[in-house]
Design a protein around this ligand. Structure first.
Ligand code: IMP
Ligand code: MG
Length: 194
């Protein structure tokens, strides 16, 4: 935990201006696609909260929001596929146009699980907006309907994303280049909420 490098030592993958411009485009597409409806945005805590806050402020149609929290078990960067909801939705999604908002789509296990669990509550539609997509890491055949950036297989932090619960507050998305640090991550974050 004490070995976590300073944010300023980590290289930037996507800077704040680039992120903001792309989110405005995503919000415009969402506003267009859901015209005449009121999408219900479901943010996956904690990673998606910063993205969600910026995304909704660029959406020009009515929308409502809710959050759920997920815990995935596994050894750090490799999830075991076991996922459970630790904070459930506050309001029913039956008949709603649900748009799940995720920080990053990686193996696809989280969204695949959410598709099953949320789908069982009969939403009118169920889609996914992910700020980042590590497409090369996909294990399950899920795709996001709205993707901010496709990124390479590097461990990213900032803009809501964490390493050992740190760096969520960074305005840019940065990456952790050293394999040693990833090893520490594997040791330290077992069973941490994503
Ligand atoms: P998936 O279930 O493998 O698609 O994993 C998605 C979750 O894993 C994300 O919501 C993140 O919480 C976490 N995750 C995956 N890659 C990264 C990363 O590079 N940095 C931080 N968290 C990550
Ligand atoms: Mg997450």
């Amino acid at each position: 935990m004490t070995n976590a490098p300073l944010a300023s030592d980590l290289p930037i993958l996507l800077d704040a201006a680039k992120i903001e411009a792309r989110i405005a485009e995503m919000a415009a597409a969402i506003s267009r696609d859901y015209q005449g409806r009121t999408p219900h945005l479901v943010g996956v805590l904690k990673g998606a909260w910063v993205f969600m806050a910026d995304l909704v402020r660029h959406i020009s149609i009515h929308c409502t929001v809710d959050f759920l929290s997920i815990q995935s078990y596994g050894s750090g960067t490799v999830s075991s596929g076991e996922v459970k909801i630790t904070k459930d939705l506050d309001v029913s999604i039956e008949g709603r146009d649900v748009l799940v908002v995720e920080d990053i789509l990686d193996t696809g296990r989280t969204f695949s699980y959410l598709q099953e669990v949320l789908g069982a509550h009969d939403p009118a539609s169920l889609k996914l907006a992910a700020l980042l997509d590590k497409h090369s890491r996909r294990i399950l055949p899920v795709e996001a309907d709205y993707v901010g950036f496709e990124i390479p297989d590097v461990f990213v932090v900032g803009y809501g994303l964490d390493f050992d619960q740190k760096y969520r507050n960074l305005a840019d998305v940065r990456y952790i280049p050293s394999p040693q640090t990833l090893f520490l991550f594997d040791k330290q974050t077992q069973a941490d909420p994503s």
